[in-house]
Ligand binder design. Structure first.
Ligand SMILES: [Zn+2]
Length: 480
């Protein structure tokens, strides 16, 4: 018995011991799991943050990036620069070495150190560039952006190295500041250079806004926007970038202005203002009615594709049946499609509520059969308020809205279907005049009109403050 009990006891003790060990093991395992989970969660959070940062970068034009300024401008107004006048306040913040956020705007004072750039009457380009750039950085920081200089002091840093550093930092924008020189000393004014071959980066819009705002701030001659993909700044940068030549040192008048702090401040105001407008775009919804058309819709689609712009097409059923491939192309290339009507005949359409609904249904079914899209967007021929629909208007709207359809009128127009034929230039100026700088513009155009397709490239250039988007059901529609 004893032996057996002893055996049992020792077995129990062994089992108890085993129990302890097991419990300890379980405890340790749980602890390990907790540690691993915490590590994974931490990593995931970091990964999410960097994905967010990358997304923010990709959507640079979609977001307002307002962050705390961390870097130092680093330009001192020392005695040697006294001849250029005083730039007033100085920045004396500490340099933060810790984080490298993706929202930094790099302002590059061209040249530096042994590379002075152009020189005229003892005025050296690198110095003027540096002082303007420092003011731009101060202004951007005042606006809440994070901005830094590509060279802090008067150092020689190779321009390729500057751009590569900006790429490595995932900079948001890169703007290089230079002065011009011409044998003919009567030449004066502002030029901005950008890479026009890479439309996805939107450098053209940035260059255009900087050019526009510096000219506005200084009253200087607006020379030209130059598309040049071979420059170091424009060809090697991964982010939207441009190079501004703020004036001609060879021109006596301009040189005498550039050596004053006041004029440099105006230039800086323009550059910072252009950057701010670029990062906070207004929205334009480009809409085309009455297509698809055999002659023009594909031409319009080609231009939109090249410029990476998405629009909305309010189509006519009978033409969708006639040109189904073009209708499919509209959808395939990411544009929104909406219903205009089946046959564009005001009298029949608005004869009664039923005749309107019957026509709409036909167009709707055609668009669905041809493109597979069940669209909720529509636009009344003639707009929601017109000379033909007075008696039936309210009832039609009620019936359509009951089925979840949303109608979109417009608040700006090319006036390309008002009867008389206008030149492409006139169409663009009509659009600018009627848009009147609104925050949100729904622009009416007609893809059946040849001059509209002719005007489209200039039209897109005429609205640098705007980002172009297709209409969606989530938007509050513009209605008369
Ligand atoms: Zn129409």
């Amino acid at each position: 018995m004893y032996g057996r009990r002893r055996y049992r006891r020792s077995r129990r003790r062994r089992e108890e011991l085993k129990g302890y060990v097991q419990r300890i093991l379980v405890g340790v395992s749980v602890l390990c799991i907790i540690i691993v989970c915490a590590a994974v969660a931490f990593k995931t959070r970091r990964a999410t943050q960097s994905v967010e940062a990358a997304t923010a970068l990709m959507q640079a034009s979609d977001v307002t990036i307002k962050t705390q300024a961390v870097a130092k401008t680093g330009v001192e107004e020392d005695g040697t620069l006294a001849k250029y006048g005083s730039d007033g306040q100085q920045e004396n913040e500490d340099v933060s070495e810790e984080s490298e956020p993706a929202s930094v705007i790099i302002i590059d004072p061209g040249h530096g150190g042994m590379d002075g750039g152009c020189v005229s009457d003892d005025v050296v380009e690198k110095d003027i560039n540096r002082m303007i750039a420092a003011r731009v950085v101060v202004k951007l920081k005042d606006m809440g952006y994070q901005a830094e200089l590509a060279r802090e002091g008067d150092d020689f840093i190779d321009k390729t190295e500057r751009v590569e550093k900006a790429n490595a930092r995932n900079a948001l924008l890169y703007v290089s500041i230079h002065q011009n020189f011409c044998e003919d000393d009567s030449v004066a004014g502002i030029e901005t250079w950008y890479d026009g071959t890479d439309t996805g980066r939107d450098s053209g819009r940035l260059a255009q806004l900087i050019q526009q705002e510096t000219v506005r701030a200084t009253g200087a001659v607006s020379r030209e926007l130059v598309s040049e993909s071979e420059l170091c700044v424009t060809s090697k940068s991964n982010m939207p970038s441009c190079l501004i030549e703020t004036g001609f040192l060879s021109n006596r008048d301009e040189r005498s202005k550039l050596i004053t702090a006041e004029y440099r401040d105006q230039l800086a105001e323009g550059i910072a203002g252009g950057i701010d407008k670029y990062l906070n775009p207004r929205t334009m919804y480009l809409t085309f009615d009455d297509g698809p058309s055999e002659e023009n819709t594909d031409r319009i689609l080609d231009i939109l594709k090249e410029r990476n712009v998405k629009a909305t097409f309010f189509v006519i059923g009978e033409y969708v049946r006639k040109y189904p491939e073009t209708a499919r192309r509209i959808v395939r290339e990411g544009h929104a499609i909406g219903i205009h009507c089946d046959v564009h005949d005001y009298k029949t359409l608005y004869a009664s509520v039923d005749s309107y609904l019957e026509d709409f249904r036909k167009a709707y079914d055609t668009v669905y059969e041809v493109t597979g899209v069940e669209t909720k967007l529509f636009r009344f021929p003639g707009g929601s308020v017109n000379a033909f629909n007075k008696k039936v208007r309210e009832e039609i709207i009620e019936a359509m809205e009951a089925e979840g359809f949303i109608y979109y009128d417009w608040n700006a127009s090319l006036e390309d279907a008002v009867g008389k034929e206008c030149s492409p230039d006139k169409l663009v100026s009509n659009a600018v005049d009627t848009a009147r700088g609104r925050e949100r513009v729904v622009l009416l155009a007609h893809d059946r009109v040849a001059h509209t397709a002719d005007a489209l490239p200039d039209l897109l250039d005429a609205f640098p403050e705007y980002r172009m988007e297709p209409l969606t059901v989530q938007l509050k529609p513009v209605q008369f």
